[in-house]
Design a protein around this ligand. Sequence first.
Ligand code: GAR
Length: 212
Amino acid sequence: MKNIVVLISGSGSNLQAIIDATANNPHCRVVGVLSNKESAFGLERARKAGIETAAIDHTQFDSRLDFDNALIKQIDLWQADLVVLAGFMRILTDQFVQHYSGRLLNIHPSLLPKYKGTNTHQRALDAGDTEHGCTVHFVSEELDGGAAIIQAATPIEQRDDVDSLIKKVHQLEHKIYPIAVSWFASNRITLNGDRVYLDGSPLGETGYIYRA
Ligand code: GAR
């Protein structure tokens, strides 16, 4: 049984998708949810599901490293086998990333390697892209730069704007994040260098392509 700790900053809709999907999974369970914001709605979702929560306010720390060390302390108390970033809006130090190397996942709202960083939906629209989407990846020291596990795309239509794209991408996120978590929990994916292997076969730069 693998222990999952989820880090959030906001609504936690991806957290909810993972809670729902793991409820009957014999290989893993969410043991703790950690937020840098006490007011994050995701903490309520966790409490409702009977999951332990903690809030660690980043503004109370002098440096990123001090904050990250406080996160590590809490996450390790929960004996995490897997750490899942689900809308956790803090940049993590290399020390944090290395501490959880190979067991730290993130979801990013773009078809990586496109649009690392913020404002991904607007940037996809501005570029006139015909599709947009999301990617689950292992976290490396480079922001949004780790090896991709799974990616899902949706067409950009004439009438789409940022809000409609956020909705479409969220729906895809709620499909692919639980898949990536369950693959990890049942030892189907491994990270070797900067390559992800699924059932022993190497995945390409964009990871496994999810088809609805
Ligand atoms: C998600 O869309 C996720 O891709 C994004 O934050 C949102 C959180 O939503 N993450 C990032 O932008 C990280 N760079 P949620 O709180 O409803 O799961």
